[in-house]
Design a protein around this ligand. Structure first.
Ligand SMILES: C[S@@+](CC[C@H](N)C(=O)[O-])C[C@H]1O[C@@H](n2cnc3c(N)ncnc32)[C@H](O)[C@@H]1O
Length: 257
């Protein structure tokens, strides 16, 4: 028998998500802020992933993008963005644009978004995705995000989408007093996503949000480029560096919910 336009009954069904299913997944993961949930409802993730991954766009999963990078798992983005406590008028800096999905979520929640990406082709792709989705008021810059983007500083919130052992000093400087910064603290592949608050000129760790696997933050105040290349040649490619996921198996001492 020939099956036209459908899957052969013997083939295992491939998992598909739906926008409503994604919202349910965020609530299941403990996301409570209705504005944040609303932003995920308003942004079509399928516009921000490679075409061959569109059918997985509404699963709560990271999706691979060029250069061995990923577009972050939605519930992890939600957790990080929720911790910024945006109310609508802020200027936000995002470090690590990828294909622009988190950028679009931030644009729905803040007044102005500046996003910096080290790979020019990803930045161009993100700009096209944002334009295609009718999202304006976003500036995507190509460069080393560990230096921040001083020409638009100060920022009331900063979110970093890649890991380093400490918060790069320029980011701490460019954060306005009273502002919040979320950063995956770790070597790249095993992080504690940490929320900081700047008070009287000092960054104070406020909460450890979750354990996660992030790609390394590559730049002058992060992992040096040569070190990343050495890592790549020393190890076969594994999901360790290619995925950003919150893990149910993460040791409890790393988890502060
Ligand atoms: C987890 S991925 C993309 C996350 C993205 N925000 C999203 O919505 O999925 C992290 C990104 O950070 C970028 N990156 C790493 N180090 C960077 C740096 N120093 N400056 C700017 N971007 C950087 C990578 O190229 C990659 O695109």
């Amino acid at each position: 028998m020939v099956h036209r336009g459908g899957m052969h009954p013997a083939e295992p069904a491939r998992r598909r998500g739906s926008p409503r299913g994604l919202i349910r997944a965020l609530r299941d993961q403990g996301i409570q802020d209705d504005r944040v949930i609303g932003a995920f409802g308003a942004v079509a993730r399928e516009r921000f992933v490679p075409a061959d991954a569109a059918e997985r766009a509404y699963l709560d999963e990271p999706i691979g993008i060029p250069h061995g990078q990923v577009t972050t798992q939605p519930s992890l983005i939600a957790r990080m963005v929720e911790a910024l406590r945006l109310s609508g008028g802020e200027r936000v800096l995002e470090v690590g644009t990828g294909l622009g999905y988190q950028t679009a979520i931030l644009a729905a929640l803040a007044g102005q978004v500046v996003s910096v990406e080290r790979f020019g082709d990803l930045a161009d792709w993100a700009r096209a995705n944002l334009d295609g989705a009718g999202i304006h008021g976003v500036t995507v810059v190509i460069g080393d995000g560990t230096l921040g983007v001083p020409e638009h500083a100060p920022y009331q919130a900063i979110v970093v989408a890649a890991a380093s052992l400490e918060v790069p000093a320029p980011l701490a400087e460019q954060l306005a007093d009273g502002g919040r910064l979320v950063h995956p603290v770790g070597p790249g592949g095993r992080e504690v996503v940490t929320a900081f608050h700047k008070r009287s000129g000092r960054l104070v760790a406020e909460a450890r949000l979750t354990g996660a696997y992030f790609v390394p933050l590559v730049g002058a105040h992060g992992t040096l480029e040569g070190d990343v290349d050495e890592q790549r040649t020393a190890q076969p490619p594994t999901p360790r560096v290619a995925r950003c996921v919150t893990s149910r198996r993460w040791p409890t001492r790393w988890r502060v919910e």
